[in-house]
Design a protein around this ligand. Structure first.
Ligand code: AMP
Length: 195
């Protein structure tokens, strides 16, 4: 099973990604997690790549397609991804969509589905504000929260269209308890893959 997951900030994408991976026995591969791990390397031993990734992440920008595609290609070549995977946070650009297509074609495989977690924006903003208050995150004010939601919509609209045109997109209501949303995802995926 070869899957992608997309979802706005606060929709619980990372949590659902782990649940899906466990349910279907495939690795959940998050490019954000990979880049965070790379950038954590000790300053004294850090490679050029680690320093570069750290700077980019701090600035809030994207790591280049060249580096990102290479890192994903290497990760997908690992043994545990041979029979399936769930990618979280990738692809994020048209260039990454093409690169992923090429990686899959080289192995005579294709994607099975793209899960899109959907949630009302006002509901997400309210949720994130509450979390910021509980956790004392001063930088998570309403303005930055709304900005991140907008950026998500801007950045993913084209990608969602690509996968929708290919008949791969599955929209799932992302609001509710973690398990409840998880069950919705499994039901939607099972229905799609049986077809
Ligand atoms: P995330 O946890 O998915 O929000 O990713 C954290 C950061 O890692 C992003 O802000 C980017 O700097 C970088 N990153 C993660 N995935 C990608 C990607 N597919 N392409 C480029 N940069 C990425």
């Amino acid at each position: 099973m070869r899957l992608l997951i997309m979802g706005p900030p606060g929709a619980g994408k990372g949590t659902q990604a782990k649940g899906i991976a466990e349910h279907y026995g495939i690795p959940a591969i998050s490019t954000g997690d990979i880049f965070r791990a790379i950038s954590k390397a000790d300053a004294a031993t850090a490679s050029d790549l680690a320093l570069q990734v750290k700077d980019i992440m701090l600035s809030g920008g994207y790591v280049s397609d060249e580096i990102t595609n290479q890192i994903v290609a290497e990760r997908l070549a690992e043994a545990d991804a041979a029979n399936g995977f769930l990618l979280d946070g990738y692809p994020r650009t048209a260039g990454q969509v093409d690169a992923l297509d090429q990686m899959l074609a080289a192995n005579n495989t294709t994607l099975d589905a793209v899960v899109s977690l959907e949630a009302d924006q006002e509901e997400l903003v309210a949720r994130l504000l509450k979390r910021a208050e509980i956790e004392g995150r001063a930088d998570d004010n309403e303005e930055t929260i709304r900005k991140r939601q907008e950026i998500y919509v801007e950045q993913t609209a084209d990608l969602l269209k690509v996968y929708s045109d290919r008949g791969l997109l599955i929209g799932v209501d992302g609001l509710g308890e973690i398990d409840e949303v998880g069950q919705r995802i499994f039901a939607a995926l099972d229905a799609k893959l049986q077809r």
